[in-house]
Every structure is written in structure tokens, then in C-alpha cells.
Design a protein. Structure first.
Length: 351
């Protein structure tokens, strides 16, 4: 019994030493004396372990493939080599920035998740990231129940079940019947995809017995429930069949539906300034063809498949003339009408 207990304590000590070393870097090494002090402080050992035992623990960690570097001054101890860390500091900053500015999170959830990301770095990383990552709670506008709805939607997609919910079209914290679309109508949806778009998450699925895709914003969904009824098969969806028949996939679908409204798409030709290349690629992906204009190298032309609604027209307007619709004529006419409406809003007298 005593021998088994000793083996158990040795394993606990080894695990804790490994945890200590995971929180080391070149600026924050640990020597054997410090490791022993930590073990006693944490109550892992009821008496001071001998130094040879700690040395064996460190050798075991290295034997498992973790590289421990020895400081120039051996008295300073060792630290875990950076290459063993799962994330670099710049990667952690990218992750933390994305979470900190996520509008589909509450301020509390964003803060908790950012702090968890910090813990994936070295002590030096954590100190830097706390200063470098800006957390503006005013950007996180999600309602408190959003995270629970997130889980339920993921569960339904995984288990191929339908979900039901009501739609809070006013986006108020505690919606009443008058705040819900169709005064509280309950939607029954077969969810297939759950994607981040336009600072929100969208459920893409088929509503009721309809076989075409519909889109629903996570931030506006309330009273989400997973139903016992099986979801309609994705392969039975008419939109999915159209995508696959045309050699496209869901990524193409997302690029074509800029404002995530449902509708038909068409090919639109664009004449763009060279400085807009990155914006066009970010919106439509790197598989589109771009051609420098032979008579004016300051511009390039391209064609994209889009749903040419107000979302697309507003997106074009945001480039302030650097992106020009050259065809087809019906889209050019729709864009002129869109701009005229915007102009009328500012030409009319304020009420």
C-alpha cells in the first residue's frame, strides 16, 4: 500500500512539475529550488522532495519530446522552448482581438474568453497581450442567452434535428409579443450551416416543409429549442442541389449573398481601381479572375456572382466610386435608383 501511494505521489509531482514548466519562457525560467518551493506551497508534497527526484522529472519531460532549455547562468534554471508552445504571441493576439470585438458575444463572455486565450501564452506573452489587446465592452452587444442558443443550434446540427425559435426583429433585451416577428410566430427550421457573417452568426437551413434555404441571425433568435423531429436531409434542399449541380459549394453561396438575404443571384461585371483588389478578394475569394484594363492600368475588371439587392448596392456605394458596375443594365439601373433614393433622403426637408 505504501509503495502504491508513493507511485501515485510521484505521478502527481511529475504532472505538477510539467504544468510549472509550461508557464516558463526565457524571461521566466525555473530552477530546482523554485520548483520545490512551488510543490510545497501547492501541497503536492507533504515533505520537501529531494533534488534528484525533480531532476528525474525534468528528464522525463524531455524524454516525452518537450525541449527544456538551460539558462546561460545555470543557477537560473530551465525554461520550455518556444517551439513547444501551441500558439505564437502574434496568433494569440489575432484570436484575442477577434473575440474582443465580436458583436455576437456579451461583454462578460468576451472578457472570459479573451482571458482564456491569454493563458495559452507564456508569462511574457500574457503580460504583453494584456497591454496590447483592447477590450471595448460597448462592441459586445449580444443578449445574455445568446451563448445558450449557440449551443442548442450546434447540438441540432450535430444530431440532425430541427430547431424551433421566435424572432426578435427589434433586438430588445426582453422582447414582448409586439417585438417579435409576426407577433410571436414560431419557426421550425432544419439547420445545416452555422456561419459568421456581418458581425453576427447566421443559421442557414430550410424552414418547415420548404426546400429552399432561409437565413436567420443568431442575435435575433429567442426561445431556441431542439426538436425531436429529424431535420430534412440537406441533399433534399433545392438550393443545395442547385449549388452542387453548378459545381459550387456553401463558400460560393456565402460570397454571393453579401447581406445574407435570400434571393436569386446573377453575374455582375465590375470596373475597379487597383487599390480595391484586396477588398474584392476578401469579399469574393481568390478564385475570381481579375484583368488589368489595357487602356488604363489604374483599373482592373472582374465579374462576380451576387444577389444584386440593396446589400450589394450599398457595398458598392461604400467604395465612393472606386468600384463601378458595368453590367448588366438592370443592375446598373437598380444602382441608379438606389443612389437616387439616398439622395432624396438628404434633399427632402427634415421633419
Amino acid at each position: 500500500m505504501a509503495e502504491q501511494n508513493a507511485k501515485y505521489l510521484n505521478k502527481c509531482r511529475l504532472l505538477r512539475v510539467f504544468e510549472y514548466m509550461q508557464n516558463t519562457d526565457e524571461q521566466h525560467p525555473l530552477n530546482i529550488t523554485q520548483i520545490i518551493a512551488k510543490l510545497l506551497e501547492d501541497g503536492v508534497c507533504d515533505r520537501e522532495p529531494d533534488r534528484k527526484s525533480i531532476m528525474r522529472d525534468l528528464q522525463t519531460i524531455e524524454a516525452c519530446g518537450y525541449k527544456l532549455e538551460t539558462c546561460e547562468n545555470h543557477n537560473d534554471g530551465k525554461y520550455l522552448n518556444y517551439e513547444n508552445k501551441p500558439f505564437g504571441c502574434y496568433q494569440l493576439k489575432m484570436l484575442a482581438d477577434a473575440v474582443a470585438s465580436a458583436r455576437f458575444l456579451t461583454a462578460e463572455d468576451a472578457k472570459k474568453l479573451v482571458n482564456k486565450i491569454f493563458q495559452l501564452g507564456t508569462p511574457s506573452d500574457r503580460k504583453f497581450l494584456k497591454e496590447a489587446v483592447i477590450c471595448d465592452a460597448s462592441l459586445n452587444v449580444a443578449l445574455s442567452k445568446t451563448k445558450y442558443n449557440f449551443d442548442k443550434i450546434m447540438e441540432a446540427i450535430r444530431d440532425k434535428k430541427q430547431i424551433s425559435f421566435q424572432y426578435n426583429y427589434k433586438f430588445v433585451p426582453n422582447p414582448q409579443q409586439k417585438d417579435l416577428s409576426y407577433e410571436g410566430r414560431e419557426y421550425f427550421v432544419s439547420p445545416y450551416y452555422f456561419v459568421p457573417m456581418n458581425d453576427d452568426y447566421y443559421v442557414i437551413g430550410c424552414t418547415g416543409e420548404y426546400k429552399n434555404f432561409s437565413h436567420y441571425r443568431l442575435s435575433r433568435m429567442v426561445n431556441v429549442r431542439v426538436q425531436g423531429k429529424a431535420a430534412m436531409k440537406l441533399t433534399d434542399s433545392t438550393d443545395y442541389k442547385m449549388l452542387t449541380d453548378s459545381g459550387k459549394n456553401i463558400c460560393d453561396y456565402l460570397r454571393e449573398h453579401i447581406n445574407m438575404r435570400y434571393g436569386a443571384t446573377q453575374r455582375v461585371s465590375l470596373h475597379c481601381r487597383q487599390k480595391c483588389r484586396l477588398d474584392i478578394l476578401a469579399r469574393f475569394g481568390n478564385r475570381i479572375n481579375m484583368y488589368d484594363c489595357p487602356d488604363d492600368k489604374a483599373y482592373f475588371s472582374t465579374s462576380v456572382d451576387v444577389q444584386s439587392d440593396e446589400g450589394f448596392l450599398g457595398w458598392v456605394a461604400g467604395f465612393d466610386g472606386d468600384v463601378i458596375i458595368t453590367g448588366p443594365d438592370n443592375v446598373r439601373a437598380a444602382y441608379r435608383e438606389y443612389l437616387q433614393k439616398q439622395l432624396e433622403l438628404y434633399n427632402s426637408e427634415a421633419k
